[in-house]
Ligand binder design. Structure first.
Ligand code: MN
Length: 237
């Protein structure tokens, strides 16, 4: 059987004065472990190839990385928002919308969750540590292979089906989070301090997104590989 081809968006960096598109290896490993063929989507600076990617792919993972330019949700940036890439935003914006409209299965991780929410009309906290009262820790540092804070899963959600538990532990590497939810979405997990940690679509689209990094935990914990397996199974349909 043909393995599903899974697009992975990439992060923009500058190395020796030259722009590069890069990705953290655990994303690639997780897709392969879960039975997919990873295909990297470089930062392009525009979205003219979106239709071509959608034709070539069976599913797409919007990965973590830079903050989304706050003007996409109608706000001036706070000083805490310093790592942005217009090239990446332009590449991913049209790609997300076209993938969503065409019904291509979508999995959003960290920035990917935020992109999905904003593209569907939602907003973000630009910096939870400044904007959310009594917020807990959401930056666990280098140890992303292990859990950091807990999240509570909504019943009848994809996450709850996979983990079969009400409460799981996840890593955390974000200073932003969903404020107002975009259309066609429901919240499926929250941390104890009320931060939205997972969403999925309520319509016939397959869209799930998490604020944590399952690809990093998948290196040591098979349950997190199951998240990718569930997504990739859906991509083979
Ligand atoms: Mn978190």
């Amino acid at each position: 059987m043909k393995k599903p081809v899974i697009g992975l968006t990439t992060q923009q960096d500058v190395m020796v004065g030259k722009k590069i598109s890069r990705i953290n290896q655990p994303y690639i490993d997780a897709v392969i472990k879960a039975g997919g063929v990873p295909l990297l989507i470089p930062v392009q600076g525009e979205d003219s190839l979106s239709e071509d990617y959608i034709q070539a792919l069976d599913g797409i993972i919007f990965t973590g990385g830079e903050d989304i330019w706050p003007h996409y949700f109608g706000e001036e940036p706070m000083k805490e928002v310093s790592v942005i890439s217009h090239d990446r935003d332009k590449t991913e914006w049209g790609l997300f919308m076209k993938a969503y409209e065409s019904g291509l299965p979508i999995f959003g991780i960290c920035r990917g969750l935020q992109l999905a929410n904003v593209a569907l009309g939602g907003t973000l906290y630009q910096d939870i540590f400044k904007q959310v009262q009594n917020v807990g820790g959401h930056v666990c540092g280098y140890n992303t292979e292990e859990g950091y804070h807990s999240i509570e899963l909504e019943e009848k959600s994809i996450l709850h089906e996979i983990f079969g538990e009400k409460r799981i532990f996840v890593n955390s590497e974000h200073h932003q989070a969903i404020k107002d939810l975009g259309r066609g979405l429901r919240v499926t997990a929250k941390s104890a301090d009320g931060i939205i940690e997972a969403i999925e679509s309520v319509n016939d689209k397959f869209l799930m997104a998490v604020q944590f990094h399952p690809e990093a935990m998948a290196q040591k914990h098979d349950e997190y590989v199951s998240l990718f397996k569930r997504f990739i199974e859906r991509c083979s349909k």
